[in-house]
Design a binder for this molecule. Sequence first.
Ligand code: ADP
Length: 392
Amino acid sequence: MTDAIAVLNAGSSSIKFSLFAQAGKDLDLVVRGQAEAIHTAPRFAAKSANGETLSTHTWDEGTRLGHEGALEHIVSFLRDKVHGMSLKSVGHRVVHGGMKHALPVRVDRALLADLEQLVTLAPLHQPHNLAPIRLLLERRPELPQVACFDTAFHRAQPELAQMFALPKELHDAGVRRYGFHGLSYEYIASVLPQHDPAAARGRSVVLHLGNGASMCALSAGRSVASSMGFTAVDGLPMGTRSGALDPGVILFLLDQRGMDARAIEDLIYNKSGLLGVSGVSSDMRTLLGSDEPRARLAVDLYIYRIGRELGSLAAALGGLDALVFTGGIGENSAEIRERVCRNAAWLGVVLDKAANQAGGPRISTAASKTAAWVLPTNEELMIARHTRRALG
Ligand code: ADP
């Protein structure tokens, strides 16, 4: 039997999972999959590392499988259908580690209680991330679990980068910039030395462009600034999230539009960003293929805001040696990368068009003062590595 680590990423309506075999020093992906629409029309699918479908299952419309039923299905699939593997530990993606957690940590009841306190800081994600941890603690107390935080990588940022200009009492109470997508940035920081050792020792900006999108300034592999702040709605416009807003807009919506907190939350998380501006879709592929002027406008605004954020992060770094694109859009859209790089010419980026069309990894010319790269992220592998390390 080969020892294996399961990685779980539980959201409001889905649980994604991966299984890694511990082969000596390496961690090899064996299977990945997800249970989706777990409260409405649940479906399950699992694929092998090379993309071959291993199992699918659907439940009747209206079945409320929930996190509990979904987790049960995933665990029994791993036990009954994945042969030759012995599940030794589980690593979880947890969005918020608060002020305290700058490293992944082994789960026990005290930690779970501690992380439940942070639900108020990330009400849309934290409760769902914690649901499978709680269930496994109850059902399989002997199975070691490790919580890996999206905020942890940014805890090393200089104090100034973490501050809002608010009264100290609020800062002390935890109202600060946390930054998110930390597991993705940490993974990129771990592979950048293989591609561009000089930039890895120097200054780079990583663009994680997916449905959620953010950017992070790395100095010698450590996060020094990021576009997301107190919550994952800050910074860049995203699929459905607004990104940074003048706080006065929120007051206007409260006072003049009579909206309450929940209605504003729904607006800025679910109805804004690419979807809100275009009125067409939150999906970048759809927008790039659309003739609608508002679809074009949404993409133009996206590119413009990335350019503004890039200038800000390059200023925080005092210069720039490399740009790195990752996430669904960053890894797959040559058009978005080309437009971002063109706007970054003032920072010394010269795009190699053919290399960009081919998907990289290097997409800047040999003469480009600042390099540009496409590097696929792998948050699951980062969590599996952390889980192994945290358990010694
Ligand atoms: P998540 O943040 O949910 O993990 P992903 O990282 O998978 O999301 O990114 C999803 C986004 O990537 C969608 O907007 C999708 O349209 C976009 N995307 C995927 N492939 C392409 C492509 N070839 N061209 C443009 N956009 C793409």
